[in-house]
Design a binder for this molecule. Structure first.
Ligand code: G6P
Length: 613
């Protein structure tokens, strides 16, 4: 949710932190702030709005110093304003803290602290935490490291924090539980951030802090890590593969457009090394030891949120249709609270771009307690879900910065297809010729996506016609029903137009009442699947005067006669159509949002990585 950057070393901290915060703005962007330490002072600078607003505000302020912490916020407790933005200081002004997560018992802690004379300025849970650390530090007469540990033992909730102390200009303390934190190790300097992107140009050596770990970071010393129960931990240093180029816009106007256009390459990266060129055998190294378990599973329960949940629905069609394994797809947030029946024969598969989504993580924790096998499909290497699961596969889509997910979705479907086809092959539930047909078609997907991307101008023209609509309906059947849901979500997220996705046949049980001659209806009507049935649904829409945008297979005549606008996609196997039909819907949302003056990369109220409940 929120983004954290901290630096201690021999360079000026402020420019490093500001640049880092800009890279983390996808995590939250309603306000931001920094605390910079120099000699006996901490300059605390905060501002509502984007990081650039903070920069403008700080232009004539003192930003000197080689230690600092910075934060970009996605508000949970308290409205986005200057007072509620981070860092928050202790009552005596000696401690400054940034926090990502939610302190669930902040209210009861606050009451106790108020009784002890603490005065609070903001409405945040974070300010309570820094006062709690201050109280313990002063009362117990301990150093900051121990005070943080003791305070975190009283906290219920999720956090990634960094705390610095006035006058201590060579070290600070960080800790995590339920929210990500990674430490970059330089030469006489350390970086701390929510992900590695803020410091990628400085170092590739990182330590991912584990759940419940607290670390003392001194610029000239080795990291000192302890657990909440005060046992010493050894830091595990890893080398990053992330590159600076992969997190820059490379000439595109937005990250979202760049990421849409990257999809042919991302799909190639996801497939790379996973299909033998000679034998066409699928190898997913990450699940190799668990193949038997998946094959014999009672059922696969897919847990996910947002776009990843839509990919999960496509996974359900794939696994059931091809591998004949029963699948349930659950919103992670519902699953965790509904006392689900899970046992050791179940496989619980979490799908997540970030690998940090709080609800998906909690769903996995629950499944773990019940003895299920845990799998993950994630994009961010080394994130929390891959570390919690027994096995899994990375999507290798590369960093996705645009808040609305695009290439992550396509690559999640690719991994799900590989898994389902692999299982189907092992179980003998598809013929060898079907197996080869799917693999051959899969390998053609990148060039077919490329072909659809060439229709960008055509799609832009269609967008111009419909940009002022206030409601959209998206319809699809079978494999393309989840694509209709995803198309509607994309439009909602970035253009703020109300949009609903529906199974085409279900339309007559409700949404048909909404249709009038103002209402655009996007229908996925590709030749494979329930084509004739979708055509009937289209007739029903037309009879009520709806304005139709249809996604059709090249050469289609029937739907073309009925629809106001058509976007053609190359013909392909039914099971793989979501990989193609989804692309024009992404572009349609993108252009509509842009024409309405919306910020496509940072849509209002949303965040890329939702690390709170
Ligand atoms: C947020 C993002 C969505 C994303 C969802 C799940 O809501 O804005 O784009 O689909 O979280 O995120 P995950 O990282 O678990 O895929």
């Amino acid at each position: 949710m929120c983004g954290i950057v901290a630096y201690v070393g021999h360079k000026e901290a402020y420019p490093i932190i500001i640049k880092g915060l800009k890279r983390l703005e996808y995590r939250g962007y309603d306000s931001s702030g920094v605390s910079i330490g120099d000699e006996d002072n901490i300059s605390l600078l905060k501002q509502k709005g984007k990081v650039s607003d903070l920069e403008d505000y700080a232009i004539d302020k003192n930003t000197k110093g080689s230690i600092g912490i910075g934060h970009t916020r996605w508000a949970t407790h308290g409205i986005p304003n200057q007072i509620n933005s981070h860092p928050h200081n202790s009552g005596d002004g000696k401690l400054s803290l940034i926090h990502n997560g939610i302190i669930e018992n902040y209210d009861s802690l606050k009451q106790v602290l108020i009784e002890k004379g603490h005065i609070f300025k903001s409405d945040t849970d974070t300010e309570v935490l820094v006062h709690l650390i201050e109280e313990i530090k002063n009362h117990e007469q301990v150093g900051l490291f121990e005070a943080v540990r003791l305070a975190l033992n009283e906290v219920v909730g999720a956090y990634a924090i960094v705390v610095m102390e006035k006058g201590v200009n060579n070290e600070f303390i960080a800790a995590r539980k339920g929210s990500p934190l990674v430490i970059g190790i330089g030469d006489g300097e350390y970086f701390v951030a929510s992900d590695a992107s803020p410091f990628i140009e400085y170092t590739k050596n990182v330590v991912y802090l584990e759940e419940g770990e607290i670390v003392k970071i001194h610029k000239d010393k080795m990291l000192e890590i302890i657990s909440l129960t005060n046992s010493t931990k050894t830091p595990y240093i890893q080398e990053l593969e992330l590159t600076l180029e992969s997190i820059e816009r490379e000439g595109f106007d937005s990250f979202m457009l760049k990421e849409i256009f990257e999809q042919p390459k991302s799909v190639i990266d996801t497939l790379r090394g996973r299909i033998s060129p000679k034998t066409k055998k699928i190898t997913l190294g990450g699940i190799l030891d668990y193949e038997q378990k998946i094959m014999n599973a009672n059922r696969i329960i897919i847990v996910a949120c947002g776009t990843s949940w839509h990919a999960g629905l496509i996974g359900e069609y794939l696994f059931e249709d091809l591998a004949r394994i029963s699948v349930e797809v659950e919103y992670a947030s519902e699953f965790r609270y509904r006392n689900p029946i899970i046992n050791e024969k179940d496989v619980v598969l979490a799908i997540s771009q970030s690998g940090e989504t709080a609800d998906s993580l909690a769903a996995l924790e629950l499944a773990k307690e019940k003895g299920a096998t845990l799998l993950g499909i994630c994009n961010v290497v080394g994130s929390s879900i891959p570390r919690l699961t027994h096995a899994g596969s990375y999507t290798h889509a590369g960093p996705e910065i645009g808040v609305a997910s695009t290439k992550a979705f396509s690559t999640q479907i690719i991994v799900l297809t590989l898994m389902a086809v692999k299982m189907a092959h092992k179980k003998g539930s598809i013929t060898m010729s079907k197996y080869h047909e799917i693999i051959n078609e899969l390998e053609l997907i990148p060039e077919k996506i490329e072909k659809i991307l060439k229709k960008n101008d055509e799609i832009e023209k269609i967008a111009a016609k419909f940009k002022d609509a206030t409601n959209f309906l998206y319809l699809g059947r079978g494999y393309n029903f989840p694509v209709a849901l995803e198309g509607a979500l994309k439009l909602k997220e970035i253009s703020y137009i109300h949009a609903e996705g529906y199974p085409a046949a279900e339309m007559k049980h409700g949404p048909i009442a909404l249709i009038d001659d103002e209402m655009p209806i996007v229908v996925i009507a590709t030749k494979k699947g329930n084509y004739d049935k979708v055509v009937s649904n289209i007739q029903e829409v037309k009879a009520r005067g709806g304005r139709l945008i249809a996604i059709v297979t090249e050469g289609d005549k029937t739907v073309k006669e009925l629809a106001d606008d058509c976007i053609e996609i190359p013909s392909c196997l039914e099971q793989l159509t979501p990989l193609l039909t989804n692309i024009p819907l992404q572009l349609l949302s993108y252009h509509i949002a842009l024409m309405r003056g919306c910020n496509v990369d940072m849509p209002r109220n949303l965040a890329k990585s939702v690390t709170v409940e």
